[in-house]
Each structure stands twice: as C-alpha cells, then as structure tokens.
Design a protein around this ligand. Structure first.
Ligand code: DON
Length: 573
C-alpha cells in the first residue's frame, strides 16, 4: 500500500476510535440545569432538572402548586437519592393565592423504644457515630404521610396516583446520574458497603456521570404507595421490609412506630419586617422562630446605609445570629413535648433586651450571653428544598431531608431506599455538639415519639399583602442564616434575586464562637475590620444552597437555583 494511503487509513481508523470512545464516555443526558428563569405564570425551582420537569408537567396538566410540589418530592426520591427521599421527613409551608397560610410538619419521630441516653456509653459519653450512621440513627420516616396530607387538604388533581406515576417511571426506566451525584456516590461507597450486605444500585466501583441508574425495588415500593396510599408505605410489605432491615442491624423501629406515624398541621410563624410579612416554619423546626428573631433584632438598624458586606452590617447580622442560636440551643424543641416559649422569643420587648448587650464596635463573647431568660420577661450541613408558584398565585416552600448525604447509609434491601439519620438532630447529651456543631439541652432531648429539632426554614414572604418571595435551602445549621441573608440582600441591599443567592455568605451559630465564611465571601477590608472587633473566622467551601422564586413588580416570576449545587434547576412557563 502506498504510504499516503496507509497514513490516511490510519488517520481514519484513529478518528473512528476517537469517535467511538467519545460515544462511550459522553453521557447521554436528556436534561440540563438552568440557574435562573423568568416565567410568565408559574415556576418551579428544585435541586434536579428531572424533578423540576415533573413539577412543571403537573402544573401544565392543571395541578396547583401543592400537587406540583408533591410530585417533585416523589421524583426527588428517585433522581436525587442523596437527600430526596421517602425514608426521611420534611416541612411544607403553603400560601394560597388568596393569602391563607399553612405549615405542615412531617418531620421524623424517635421510635417508641428510643430513650434519652441511647447514644451514650456506660460513662455517659456520646458514642461516636451511633446517631449518624447505621440502623440506630434512623427516625420514623414522615415524608409519605406528609405528602398525602398536603395533597388531601390542598391538592387540585383528584388522584394522587398521577403525582406518583412520574417517579415510578423514573425509577423503572432509569435516569442518567449527574456529575455531582456520581461524585457523591463514589465518595460514600465505604459506608454503603459497611451497612449493606446485599448488592444494590448504589454499590459500584466507580460511578461515571451519565451512568444509567435503574431502581427496580424503589419502583415497586412507589407502586405500593401509588396503589394503596399512605398504607402502602406504613403498613404491609414496605413497612415489613423497613423493619426487617432495621432488625438486621442494631435498629429499634417497629411496625407499630410506622403504623402510628402521622404528620401534623402547625400554626406558621408569621412576623413583620418593615413592609414584608414573613411566613415560616414553627417547631419542630427552629427555622421560623430563629429567622424572625434575627430579622427583628436587625430591623431597628439602617442596614441599607451600612451597605452589603460592610463590616458594620456583617457585625450586626452576626450578633443577631449569635443570640438567636443561643436561644435555639436552650429553648427550641418539638412543641408537642416541650413548652416552647414561642411568643416570648418573638416579642419586641424580649428581642430589644436581647440586643441591649450589642456593641457596634466589639464582638460579644458567646460565653457571656447564654440563652435568654424568660423569667425576666413579663410573660404575656444534604437536604433539599423546592419552591413552587402556580398560575393562581398559590405558593409552596418545602424542605425535606435524610439529614446526611444518603442518610444513615442503610438502604432498605426489600424496598429500595435509604433511611435517614435524623436522630442526630436530637441533643444526645446537653452541650455536646451534633454533626452540625449545634448544641442543645432539655428542650431537644430524646423522648419516644418526639420529633428532633430541625434548622430547615421553608419560607414565604409577602410584600404589601402580595406574594413576594418563596425560599428555602439545605445546609444543616447554615440554612437559617442563608435564608436570613438572601432575604436581607433583596430587601435591604436592593439586589436581584440572582445576585442575592449568589452572594458569599457568613454564619454564626453561637457555638463555636467564630464566623463561618465561604472562601472569599468578603473583601479583605471587611475581614480585617471584623477581626479588629474581636471576631474570628472559619472558612468553608460553601454553605446552604438556596432555591427561590421572586414575584417581580410586573407579575412575572423569577426562579433562581443556587450555583453552589450544579444540579439546581429553575423552570417555568
Ligand atoms: O433538619 C435539619 O436541620 C438537618 N437534618 C438538615 C440537614 C441538612 O440540611 C444537611 N444538608 N446539607
């Protein structure tokens, strides 16, 4: 063969090989994340494009925001397994188009065999890892009960089956995992292998972006729920599979715990900040009360004059955060079990007194402020959030979690999903920090049937009586401060929602006594000025991951996902 022909053949062969290898490695995604989307009438922002798509389809079929949010939650249980769930719990805040506000608590509960000192050794020390990993870390899941209840009270689409079917199909046919999911799955293999003996779709040597994830057992479970309702999860084969899984480890959850689980409607926390009316989640979340406390503590000061990320503004906000988290540690827990002094904590007199020790030029030392004392008063870190607004102006803000990525890492072998490790959100021992560094005491001590205290802060804000903002986030203890700061960025610093979400964040939670900041969040001058006031810093890569929708003055809806999660996706029409 002449040399030139040989060379061209070789070249052709190499091109063929290259083309084939591209075919093999290039993932066949049928989705792409959009971070900001301006919609004319309805919007969905969720942590995964396939879930956003499901929500939009339900809206287009005539479903309202609650229908869409419910369908998104089931879809997330399939396509966002690190936090989307049926094995966890959550909170949903709803504001209907005509202004009615509601809050649904479907947080997990401690099993009836749980006890106050269950994570302590014989010397009274917390046993490392017992509340975070493995079968004993799981609380009784609330998600399925909550989604059925939200739909029962507010859904427009008659048949719940229509809201579950998209998830069934995603589980049965499979979906292509994103680069972030592949990365997380690879990172948690050790836990998966340690706590799961049988093979499952999450155990594999190396996940690649674009791998097809088929979940047959989860599809079968979702069909049980689709066909038998709430009982399809809390009774019968799925419940039996959960208990069999729990008994194969050191868990304590029983069929009776599952059968008895019920979600609970609560009075939302509602408060005014200037012309804004903030509607958020009450206990068993700390989110709403802490958020309103922080807002009320900074309200008397001219934050907009201080300027975004100025040392004065950050100092003021940090001092409000410090005081709110000190109160959280002492006074907040499941209000069905503990008498939370909600009105006192939110009273103007109390919050003014709380800020009496604020010094505009000096950091307060956390040890000096303790939690507020109400006797002095005249009493009168993976989770997921979805924001939805429909064409009728109904809004839903829903945050749900397994707590850690893939919860306690135990995958229910007979039913195809991960169980939460929410028990770690209790205070295992007064003053001993949990995985988010949060401390607690009596209010959040473990009791059978009690809900562990959360920081999830699904929130809806009105302006001038109209829907203005729907927001929330995953991010453990940093959720509350992220919601606080994104709202302040919009309301005080005049930012667009996208700017407000993207802006660097800081967080103070009383203990440890340091400001957590995202790398490069502040200009050096701000940092130096804060250091001169006595503040110190811990740096993290990223904090909470906001998903929000703003109603613009012209009535359009601006949906914004957070670049901190590459999969966050905003859509609408
Ligand atoms: O309920 C809570 O506050 C926590 N279990 C949330 C966990 C979380 O956001 C983890 N995500 N980053």
């Amino acid at each position: 063969m002449p040399k030139t022909n040989f060379q061209s053949l070789l070249l052709l062969f190499l091109v063929f090989l290259w083309g084939n290898s591209c075919k093999k490695t290039a993932p066949a995604f049928d989705y792409q994340a959009t971070k900001t989307f301006a919609a004319d009438s309805a919007a969905v922002v969720s942590p995964h494009p396939l879930a956003t798509r499901v929500g939009l389809e339900i809206l287009k079929k005539g479903g309202n925001a609650v229908d869409a949010a419910v369908a998104v939650q089931f879809a997330l249980a399939v396509v966002y397994p690190r936090a989307g769930n049926i094995g966890g719990g959550g909170f949903m805040v709803i504001r209907t188009g005509d202004g009615e506000a509601a809050a649904l608590d479907y947080r997990e509960k401690a099993p009836m065999a749980a006890s106050r000192d269950m994570y302590l050794d014989s010397r009274g020390n917390v046993i490392d890892g017992l509340s975070t990993i493995g079968h004993l870390a799981a609380g009784v899941p609330g998600t399925v009960a909550g989604l059925f209840e939200a739909h029962r009270r507010y859904g427009r689409i008659q048949d719940m089956k229509e809201l579950i079917q998209p998830a069934v199909e995603l589980a049965e046919k499979g979906f292509r995992i994103s680069a972030t999911e592949a990365d997380r799955l690879n990172g948690f293999q050790e836990g998966f292998r340690k706590y799961n003996e049988a093979p499952n779709p999450f155990i594999k040597d190396a996940f690649q972006p674009g791998d097809l994830m088929v979940q047959e057992k989860l599809a079968a479970t979702l069909k049980q729920i689709r066909d038998r309702g709430k009982a399809g999860f809390y009774e019968g084969p799925v419940a039996e599979a959960i208990v069999a899984e729990i008994q194969s480890g050191n868990g304590i959850m029983t069929l009776e715990d599952l059968r008895q689980y019920a979600s609970q409607w609560r009075d939302p926390v509602i408060g005014q900040y200037g012309e804004y009316r903030v509607i958020s989640m009450p206990p068993s979340s700390s989110g709403g009360i802490a958020l309103l406390q922080m807002l009320k503590m900074v309200e008397p000061y001219p934050l907009h004059e201080y300027g975004f990320h100025s040392a004065r503004a950050v100092h003021l906000m940090v001092e409000a955060e410090r005081r709110a988290y000190a109160d959280r540690a002492e006074h907040l827990g499941d209000s069905d079990f503990y008498d939370v002094p909600r009105d006192s904590m939110l009273s103007d007199a109390y919050l003014r007194a709380r800020m009496a020790s604020f010094d505009a030029g000096q950091a307060t030392v956390s040890d000096s402020i303790l939690a507020g004392n109400f006797k002095l008063l005249k009493e009168s870190f993976e989770t997921t959030h979805t924001s939805v607004v429909d064409a009728g102006g109904n809004a839903v803000s829903v945050t749900t979690t397994l707590n850690s990525n893939y919860g306690c890492k135990v995958w229910v072998d007979g039913a195809g999903f991960f169980l939460n490790n929410e028990m770690d959100d209790f205070s295992a021992k007064p003053g001993v920090p949990n995985q988010f560094g949060l401390v607690g005491a009596e209010a959040n001590a473990i009791q059978p049937g009690k809900r562990m205290l959360s920081s999830m802060t699904p929130t809806i804000v009105e302006k001038g009586g109209e829907l203005f903002l729907v927001l929330g986030a995953p991010g453990g203890s940093t959720i509350i401060t992220a919601v606080f700061q994104v709202f302040i960025n919009v309301a005080e610093f005049g930012m667009s929602l996208e700017e407000a979400v993207n802006a660097g964040r800081f967080h103070h939670q009383w203990l440890p006594d340091a400001i957590l900041i995202e790398d490069n969040a502040f200009p050096d001058s701000t940092r130096q000025a804060l250091e001169a006031m006595g503040h110190s810093f811990n740096i993290v890569g990223r904090m909470a991951v906001i998903k929000a929708i703003q109603r613009l003055p012209d009535g359009r809806l601006q949906g914004v996902g957070d670049p901190r999660n590459p999969d966050d996706d905003a859509g609408g029409y």
